[in-house]
Design a protein around this ligand. Structure first.
Ligand SMILES: Cc1cc2nc3c(=O)[nH]c(=O)nc-3n(C[C@H](O)[C@H](O)[C@H](O)COP(=O)(O)OP(=O)(O)OC[C@H]3O[C@@H](n4cnc5c(N)ncnc54)[C@H](O)[C@@H]3O)c2cc1C
Length: 175
């Protein structure tokens, strides 16, 4: 068995990827159209890396800051990543509920955003040896599953996944 096909070697690689220190990344909104409404007070915020992509696992979350947002310059807000690690752009899907999130739909194209992360251990490699999975997401809590499902579609692993999405009413079906 050569080095790359040795399962022990691969598990060492996977473990060491978890020890990577979280870091700041500076991202910008590529164009105005990259804030898309999903209806019912939910938006997709799609951010393009200014210099390099953030490496992350599906299911993790980041802290987001908008340095130019008046009165909120120092606030860090956590959001699950809803894009797949294979995508160039980083996407978060946000329910606009309060001071910070309600102002996000009006930020300008090209605005610099700071993203700190990734954080969290709710990631698919924890259940890598299961061939059948059931995901249950409620409301905006569906977001980490969106990233996991997008990644599963690209990795040709042919696992079977059932997703149950629980919403209060029809308005919550945007995601
Ligand atoms: C690990 C993690 C992952 C998350 N992932 C996501 C995600 O993917 N998508 C997402 O949309 N959210 C996510 N959240 C939640 C998100 O971080 C918060 O919704 C966001 O930071 C709220 O910021 P805000 O300033 O807009 O709201 P805030 O102003 O902080 O308000 C938050 C809530 O409190 C209520 N509130 C505020 N002030 C009062 C008051 N005086 N009296 C009564 N109620 C009040 C608001 O109406 C609102 O419902 C996540 C949170 C965590 C911890």
């Amino acid at each position: 068995m050569d080095g790359d096909s040795n399962p022990r070697r691969w598990s060492r690689v996977a473990l060491s990827s978890r020890t990577v220190q979280p870091a700041w990344a500076t991202l910008s909104l590529p164009s105005r159209s990259e804030i898309a409404s999903r209806g019912s007070n939910i938006i997709d915020l799609v951010m393009r890396p200014v210099d390099r992509r953030m490496m992350y696992e599906p299911g993790t979350f980041v802290f987001l800051r908008v340095p130019d947002m008046e009165g909120q310059q120092k606030e860090l807000h956590p959001f699950s990543i809803s894009s797949s690690p294979v995508d160039r752009d980083l996407r978060v899907s946000i329910r606009t509920v309060g001071d910070f999130t309600r102002r996000l739909p009006s930020i300008e194209s090209g605005t610099r955003l700071e993203v700190y992360g990734p954080f969290g251990g709710f990631t698919p490699h924890r259940f890598a040896h299961f061939r059948r999975l059931v995901f249950i997401g409620a409301g905006i809590g569906i977001t980490p599953f969106l990233g996991m499902l997008a990644f599963e579609l690209s990795n040709h692993d042919f696992r079977r996944i059932w997703l149950y999405y629980v919403v209060r009413d029809d308005r919550g079906r945007g995601l």
